[in-house]
Design a protein around this ligand. Sequence first.
Ligand code: UD1
Length: 351
Amino acid sequence: MGRLKVVTVVGARPQFIKAAAVTPPLRRVADEILVHTGQHYDRELSAAFFEELGLPAPDVNLGVGSGTHGVQTGEMLRRLDPLLAAERPDWVLVYGDTNSTLAGALAAAKLGIPVAHVEAGLRSYNRAMPEEVNRVLVDHVATRLYCPSEAARENLRREGITDGVRVVGDVLDDALALVPDRPEVLAALGVEAGGYYLATVHRQENTDRPDRLVGILRGLRALDAPVVLPLHPRTRARLEAAGLERETAGIRVVAPQPYGATLTLVRHSRAVLTDSGGLQREAGALGIPCYVLRDETEWTELVASGRAVLVGADADRIAAAVRAGAARGQPGRGRGAALAVVRDLVGVADA
Ligand code: UD1
């Protein structure tokens, strides 16, 4: 049998990180075509990650760019369809829950091409989140579903999905090892190890609701140490549009950081406050307490183990939880998920 052909569809920052863990072992045993939808296009959200993580440049960039969810996803489908029809891969591999994930999975499923989904089975049970809609739809058209945990497998079982489900662990744990610590970042930002908090806010439910955005920023300003806030372009745009820039007074607002710098900032922080799924897990894996700026999370095992605590978007609740040390960091989660995905997908033991 010849080598399998896999089309991997990525498009947003967290997917470049996960693909960087899976693509190298995959390319040793299969022919991969890496397709970038163009969902993220700013250098600091896209090209910088490929370079830093050693991810091969995309073979194809569909150049879709930003838009409403329907327009963005529709454009991706339109451009993926002829490409997948021409390539006819054995698998289409997608990661996570972005619009690029949905478009990759749907375009493939409509052509009868099997879909492999990494990070299957996660649920927040909040259908107002675009990511939740994407997850549910992708899992229901996927042939192979790679779950990070038993809890994710159980979520799928409740929806009647049991075929092709594999619990492999979290590929993000493998990505942690891809970049060195960058301690010089702390000095450049004027903070000391153990003497600051790291915060990020980019979810639509927070950025597009000024009351939530203000609540979070006021909560951050009430903390007892400096707060470093790398700002996603969406959040920056919403703050400016709502005339809320003054709410960031005293917060160290910086540009989105490269991956190594982000992990360094996590590793040396007192705690992480975030609405990002990736940062919740990175804090969890590095033993740093995490306060989740949402009302629910799909990473339920982090909350169950006490590593993460839900604090929502209310200033007093955020400040009180951090003051009380409600979250407890405990290092240690397993590596090896990336290799498990490749071995299973390609069906070889020696990948
Ligand atoms: C997307 C994902 C989200 C993921 C996040 C990681 C969806 C529905 N959301 O959210 O799950 O956690 O990526 O970062 O797929 N923009 C730029 N430059 C860019 C890209 C975007 O300035 O390179 C701005 C544009 O104003 C755009 C906005 O950010 O409208 C939102 O971008 P979009 O890709 O739609 O979603 P994210 O918020 O990045």
